[in-house]
Design a protein around this ligand. Structure first.
Ligand code: ZN
Length: 787
């Protein structure tokens, strides 16, 4: 009906319009649930003459509006209006029109959600209002105390006192909108300053690029707005992402929260675009011009020019965003558009955001407690992870009156999962893991079960004794507990084994290493069983994994699967061999070789670590017993460099180890156990061989910095400066001058600040901060006179 009147040729179902080289395809939409009611809009149409139809600008804009509507229905409302096929065709049509008419492309076209070119780095972004954290309560007593602190509720007893909302476990983003247009997205950071991730955020389809002006008689869109919400990766998307990473030999993400954070904090927005991220909005802050300090008319004009620029420019200049939003502050509730938090939630939905469908409002404490219990039960069925529930005071005037203490608002608490939550699931198997020292540890393989808002599929069993003590049999129903977010533990067999049906099988600790078939022995003094075969591939793999891991040398893209295959192919036996691998080696790994792109990336990643690894990380990566990353930092200065270490071990080993041992014992934080362990490791000739192989492969760890040579007695020593506003040189250059003169530069004003240096158009928050902390404000000239 609607569609036919404006663009009769575009949806030619059996022949989509020619597409160009656009690489943009809509993210894989897995589910294909759709309602039929609007599909009849998309009748087979006609009129494509083969040369590409002509279409007017107005028609193009209608197409974009329609595509945006379908995308909103699909991604935000979870209620698709058309089939995936129909959506894809419309998408390609818009792409084709845009390819022919590049000048028409509107910034909020859904085709723009594919991510731009990679960035060099993240820039810092100051939030126009601090993002507070929440105090936690763990039981209903905590809630009663909270309720008592709130005291009298809002003026209207008819207004429900609380809202209860799931606390999503993801990455918090603050989005800034000017006249309904998304102009900046930033991570929470420390609550005051985060990282700017606008190009990444625009690829997330549940983040509106422009706000809908409101439906259902809802609120119009305020001129300046900050929206807070959480980016999550739904569980099915998380599982698919890890499968894909497995297939590519990349390390798995540990949990959906890490995956969501890792996906947003990608310098290449195209990677963000490829992940099915979801944004759920939960706080709207209306911002207004801060007139404090009596803005001059000229200032006012400059502000309006900047604000107009934000609406019109493409791409958006983040410096302009900063200039505009630095002058804004939250609008008081009395002059704001909402009386309650619930109204703000409804308005956000009208503007086009996803809000959590499980949000509830509650008349009082009693109902809130009941709702918490309900939602607690439901959490296990949700398709994204939560780490609690949030109770907020609904009445905004009351929120404002209560204010905040330090970084916690007094009008909201997070109700955390009781740590004692226990679930029952099936023990599918007991696997064993071989550690890098050969330690053999049993690992319970569980039927996946939701526990405390997350899915668990394995649990540690420390050793054979524990398996016996719990009398575990494969197939048992077991009680599992996750305490405080650590790896889950098995408490015991459910109902003392009365649910057993005779199909369960006993498990015996292996007598031979499952990886190498070598003998397993127990150390005399400890209950740990070890594979004693020094060339056990599982131990080798664990050692290389440790070396290449994030906290050690951090070789990007070298996942456990590839390490196993490199070892199985005989290409490496140690981490040092990584530095002798060639591209042809990787392409020819037994079985299916590594793809060329991946292989090149890995070679580059290895090469980077040759000169960018600190000696401490390198030492930690060697996996010497008792040498953790902190101890490695202490030992590194005593060792000096890899070459020095090799030289000394080769030429005068005993003298060297003697003096190293003495130095270690003199070092605070290094005890005799560590010293002995280092001595044992370094006196082993195999270690020298390994170190020399690293060295021959070009590994050259960066020696620890000598005691920093800052201008300790420079003219600015002991003073801290905060720079704000435009100066005669970029602020970074001014900051460098301050540092060179022995001073420090900080981003935010505090009691520790000595001076605020204000250039043109200083940030109002910094000037206010200076007043609050009685810090002297000086200009650039005064700063230069101090140098
Ligand atoms: Zn073994």
């Amino acid at each position: 009906m609607y569609v036919q009147t404006w663009v009769p040729w575009v949806l030619c179902l059996d022949r989509p319009p020619p597409t160009t080289q656009f690489t943009a395809t809509p993210a894989r939409r897995v589910r294909s649930r759709f309602t039929m009611n609007e599909t009849h809009d998309l009748h087979v149409l006609h009129g494509d003459d083969g040369n590409g139809p002509t279409v007017t600008l107005a028609e193009y804009r209608e197409l974009v509006a329609r595509l945006a509507k379908f995308a909103h229905a699909y991604y935000v409302l979870d209620a698709p209006l058309v089939t995936d096929d129909a959506y894809d065709r419309l998408y390609r049509s818009v792409e084709a029109v845009e390819a022919r008419n590049p000048a028409w492309v509107v910034p909020d076209s859904p085709t723009r959600r594919v991510g731009g070119p990679p960035l060099a780095g993240f820039r810092k972004a100051r939030h126009p209002a601090p993002l507070l954290s929440l105090a936690n309560v763990f039981d209903s007593d905590g809630l009663v105390a909270f309720d008592r602190r709130i005291g009298v509720a809002g003026p209207d007893p008819e207004i429900p006192r609380y809202t209860v909302e799931p606390k999503l476990d993801g990455l918090t983003l603050a989005l800034l909108y000017a006249d309904g247009r998304l102009v900046r997205a930033a991570t929470r950071g420390d609550g005051e300053i985060g990282e700017e991730v606008t190009p990444q955020a625009t690829t997330i389809r549940t983040i509106p690029l422009t706000l809908s002006m409101g439906v259902n008689g809802g609120q119009g869109v305020p001129r300046f707005l900050m929206i807070r919400g959480e980016v999550t990766l739904p569980l099915d998307a998380f599982a698919r992402l890890n499968e894909a990473r497995d297939a590519a030999g990349e390390a798995n993400y540990q949990n959906p929260r890490n995956a969501a954070a890792g996906s947003v904090r990608q310098l290449d927005p195209r990677i963000t675009a490829s992940r099915a991220l979801r944004f759920t909005a939960y706080t709207a802050t209306v911002l207004t011009l801060d007139e404090g300090g009596g803005a001059l008319p000229l200032d006012q004009l400059a502000f309006e020019a900047d604000a107009a620029d934000l609406v019109a420019s493409d791409p958006i200049d983040q410096d302009v965003v900063t200039r505009v939003f630095d002058r804004l502050r939250p609008l008081g509730v009395a002059s704001g558009p909402f009386a309650t938090h619930w109204e703000a939630l409804l308005a956000m939905r009208d503007w086009g955001f996803r809000t959590n469908p499980h949000n509830r409002q509650c008349v009082g404490l009693e109902e809130a407690v009941a709702v918490l219990a309900d939602l607690q039960e439901l959490r296990a069925t949700w398709d994204e992870e939560t780490d609690g529930l949030v109770v907020k005071v609904n009445d905004l005037a009351t929120q404002e009156r209560l204010g905040s203490v330090a970084k916690d608002p007094r009008w909201a608490v997070a109700y955390k999962v009781a740590v004692s939550e226990v679930v029952v699931t099936r023990l599918l198997d007991i696997a064993v893991q071989i550690g890098r020292t050969g330690a053999v540890t049993p690992l319970a393989v569980l039927e996946p079960v939701r526990l405390g808002g997350v899915t668990v599929s394995s649990a540690t069993l420390h050793n054979d004794d524990q398996v016996r003590a719990l009398d575990l049999r494969i197939g048992d129903w077991v009680r599992v507990q996750r305490a405080g977010g650590v790896i889950p533990a098995i408490l015991g067999v459910d109902l003392d084994g009365s649910r057993r049906d005779g199909q369960e099988t006993e498990w015996a600790f292996p007598t031979a290493c499952p990886a190498c078939d070598g003998p397993i022995a127990r150390d005399g003094d400890e209950a740990v069983a070890r594979c004693t075969n020094a060339s056990c591939p599982a131990q080798r793999s664990a050692r290389v994994r440790h070396f290449a891991g994030r906290s050690a040398v951090d070789i990007a893209g070298l996942g456990g699967n590839w390490i196993d295959r490199l070892i199985a192919s005989g290409l490496i036996t140690s981490a040092a061999d990584l530095y002798h691998l060639t591209l042809p080696d990787l392409l020819a790994i037994d079985g299916q070789g590594m793809g060329e792109i991946l292989a090149r990336k890995l070679c580059d990643a290895i090469d980077r670590t040759r000169r960018q690894t600190s000696l401490a990380r390198f030492l930690f990566g060697l996996g010497i017993r008792h040498v953790g990353s902190e101890t490695a930092e202490l030992v590194a200065p005593l060792v000096g460099s890899l070459d020095a270490l090799c030289d000394r071990l080769r030429t005068d080993r005993d003298d060297f180890l003697g003096s190293l041992g003495a130095q270690m014992l003199e070092t605070k934080g290094v005890g005799p156990v560590v010293a002995q362990s280092v001595n044992d490791a370094l006196s082993n000739p195999a270690m020298l061989e390994l170190l020399e192989r690293f060295s021959a492969g070009g590994m050259s760890p960066v020696p620890p910095a000598q005691s920093p040579k800052t201008a300790e007695d420079g003219p600015l020593s002991g003073k801290t400066f905060v720079l704000t506003g435009a100066m005669s040189e970029p602020r970074e250059s001014i900051a460098a001058l301050v540092v060179a003169a022995g001073g420090k530069v900080s981003d935010s004003v505090s009691g520790a600040t000595s001076f605020v240096v204000a250039g043109e158009k200083p940030g109002s928050s910094k000037i206010k901060g200076a007043a609050k902390h009685s810090v002297t404000v000086i200009n650039e000239e005064a700063l230069r006179s101090m140098l």
